[in-house]
Design a protein around this ligand. Structure first.
Ligand code: AMP
Ligand code: ZN
Length: 463
């Protein structure tokens, strides 16, 4: 069997993937913080974990995939400073934190569906696992890894000797600036496991624990929920690259201190989607949502295709120019697939060698850009038997997730009115009346259509 290589952040190397148990791979993905609309940056990270899961399935592994929902405890700064994002959003929108969470979680799931991302097997919510988080903190307390300050229970990172290893952190450098932001903490790298509610502000979400009232820190939820559903030692953990120095470093520290075992075998991180070369995020703003792209006439498939064209460990600099290129390429693929569905011609059978080529591309640390090239090579191989070719491409699509099986001609009901405008515009064009033709194009577009001038006449499209 062809080996699957994955780049492991733990070792900074591509390694052959070997699951702990033959029966199934345990995979945990840090899920969304549901306080606002997910951006296309967030969605790039979930397309990446979807591709990883699809490649595992393609290789014949069974996958148990868990993705958490952060509905409490994620502060405005990943390093325990600032306010809970959920509480801020609830105040701003005059809603309960639960309503905020439910709304943005449903938007997130909708975006996942639109992008062809396979749903995880489990969606545990942080607020639904308070008991497990408290238990884990108590375990750490018993082992002497925690201390109490006036605002919470903290993890003593100084006691976990490997703390700096994962992110190759320069702790000495961090400690040198200790006075900044340390407060009552013993080390700059210590982090809150549990925060006490402050008496001067009323929180919506708080629970009695540790002789006070409070809420869990953001990091503890992922350790508690991943271990609950996948065991203390499991195969794969994913997230965006920003999670390496804080969130995942802290997850490793608290989980391994609590269990005395290695937490996760393979850590995979997706590079950021950048905008004008800048790292952008939901909280900083300035980044599009999927719906905003749709409003501008793009389909979710165009964005997925764009993601496929850049390797997940490389930054994807978003621009409409790149999205347009992905859109055109995707639409061309779609036209060819629809033609292929009608064809029956007999021809050669390249299945075996192409299959091998595709598998070695995707098994080389998810080299999807190369996988897409193989896909296109097959699609454009005119000597290939039509039926066999379609079957092979549908097989590849189990990884690409473009929805080839469901691709159909889009039937648009064109009103007589729009048809008349198109004819009138064609007439104007033929007579060189360009201003009039442009005016008519605008009228057509106001009716929700676009017209493309092709060698065989005007082509009318919805949107
Ligand atoms: P959040 O909802 O803020 O907790 O983030 C959800 C996921 O999106 C995390 O795994 C982040 O690492 C990831 N993420 C945030 N911003 C970006 C971005 N611009 N590009 C790619 N991934 C991102
Ligand atoms: Zn997490």
């Amino acid at each position: 069997m062809e080996k699957l290589y994955l780049y492991n952040t733990l070792t900074r190397k591509k390694e052959v993937f070997k699951p702990i148990k033959k029966a199934g791979v345990g995979m945990y993905s840090c899920g969304p913080t549901v306080y606002s609309y997910p951006t296309i940056g967030n969605m790039r990270t979930y397309v990446f974990s979807d591709l990883l899961k699809r490649v595992l399935l393609y290789n014949g592994f069974k996958v148990k995939h868990v993705m958490n929902v952060t509905d409490v405890g994620h502060l405005t700064s990943d390093r325990d400073e600032g306010e809970d994002k959920m509480e801020i959003a609830a105040r701003k929108e005059h809603k309960t934190a639960r309503e905020i969470a439910n709304f943005y979680f449903s938007v997130f799931k909708e975006d996942m569906n639109k992008l062809g991302i396979i749903s995880p097997n489990l969606w545990p919510k942080a607020t639904g696992h308070i008991k497990e988080q408290i238990e884990l903190i108590k375990k750490l307390e018993k082992k002497g890894y925690t201390y109490r300050t006036s605002d919470g229970i903290y993890f003593n990172a100084g006691k976990f000797k490997r703390y700096a290893q994962f992110a190759k952190l320069n702790v000495e450098h961090l400690e040198a600036g200790k006075r900044v932001g340390v407060g009552e903490k013993k080390h700059k790298t210590d982090f809150a496991l549990w925060k006490f509610s402050q008496s001067d502000s009323k929180r919506q979400q708080e629970w009695p624990a540790f002789g006070s009232v409070g809420y869990p820190g953001w990091h503890i939820e992922c350790s508690a929920m991943s271990m609950k559903y996948l065991g203390e030692h499991f195969d794969i953990h994913t997230g965006g690259e920003d999670h390496v120095p804080v969130h995942h470093t802290n997850e490793i520290a608290q989980s391994e201190s609590a269990t005395g075992k290695k937490f996760v075998n393979y850590w995979l991180h997706g590079a950021f989607l950048t905008f004008d070369g800048e790292k952008v995020s939901k909280s900083k703003g300035g980044l599009y949502t999927l719906s905003e792209l749709e409003e501008q006439g793009y389909k979710p498939e165009h964005f997925r295709y764009l993601c496929l064209l850049t390797h997940y460990r490389k930054p994807l600099d978003f621009s409409f120019e790149h999205l347009d290129a992905a859109k055109n390429a995707y639409e061309k693929v779609k036209r060819k697939i629809l033609e292929l569905k009608k064809q029956k011609h007999k021809g050669s059978d390249g299945t075996k060698s192409y299959e091998k080529e595709f598998l070695s591309a995707v098994n080389d640390d998810l080299n999807l850009p190369l996988g897409v090239q193989v896909f296109l090579k097959v699609l454009n191989d005119d000597s290939f038997d039509a039926r066999k070719k379609l079957a092979l491409l549908e097989g590849f699509d189990a990884v690409l997730g473009l929805g080839i099986k469901g691709m159909k001609e889009e039937k648009t009901k064109i009103t007589a009115d729009v048809r008349g405008l198109v004819d009138e515009r064609e007439q104007a064009r033929k007579q060189g009346e360009w201003v009039k033709a442009d005016l008519l194009r605008k009228k057509i577009s106001d009716q929700g259509y676009s017209v493309e001038d092709t060698s065989s006449g005007p082509l009318l499209k919805k949107g």
